[in-house]
Design a protein around this ligand. Structure first.
Ligand SMILES: [Zn+2]
Ligand SMILES: [Zn+2]
Length: 180
């Protein structure tokens, strides 16, 4: 019985993480904000940026800027998280220090919801670190795994296991070619 209860709890936590990562990361900061995909909806902006906090994104402009730089310079020395140029550990642990030019985030930097989370994200994530550290940790490793295995051989690649921690992001090659 105890094993069943533990499995039930684990499955529930897994579903919660997957929902938060899908809304906050995949279709939030990634597709909606960085790539400006989807219809503009204020309610989704609040929901996606709140969900993003739960998977560790407390400075949305940094996330968006770095991701746009990545697409612009993928697999070159200017790519902020190219495994080939920045090293495995830096990419897996999301350690980078490339400056983000204002011109690359100007469109989203004006948005009121982005401004709010950019200003208050650091404070807002503190209670989440206490009540939901596992979603923040999984989100953190999910991005590292996506950035590393999605470009391991110096070119965008599809990897099914990326989907385990980064929902619906496994088809990374198609994503770079603009079809996802
Ligand atoms: Zn992208
Ligand atoms: Zn990529």
């Amino acid at each position: 019985m105890e094993i069943l209860t533990a499995l039930y709890v684990l499955a529930t936590l897994g579903v919660i993480y997957y929902a938060l990562a899908t809304i906050g990361a995949t279709y939030g900061v990634h597709r909606y904000w960085a790539h400006r995909q989807g219809k503009r909806r204020v309610w989704f902006e609040w929901v996606s940026l709140t969900a993003a906090l739960f998977v560790g994104v407390y400075k949305p402009l940094g996330w968006i800027g770095i991701h746009r730089l990545h697409h612009k310079h993928a697999d070159t020395e200017l790519d902020p998280h190219s495994p080939k140029h920045q090293g495995a550990l830096n990419v897996l642990l999301s350690r980078w220090n490339k400056p983000i030019p204002l011109s690359i985030i100007r469109d989203v930097a004006k948005n009121k919801r982005i401004k709010f989370f950019q200003r208050h994200g650091k404070k807002l994530i503190l209670p989440i670190l206490i009540i939901s550290p596992f979603t923040i940790l999984l989100g953190y490793f999910g991005v590292g795994i996506l950035n590393y295995f999605g470009h391991l051989y110096g070119t965008p690649s599809n990897r099914w296991f990326i989907n385990i921690l980064a929902p619906f992001e496994g088809k990374h090659k198609e994503h770079h070619h603009g079809s996802l």
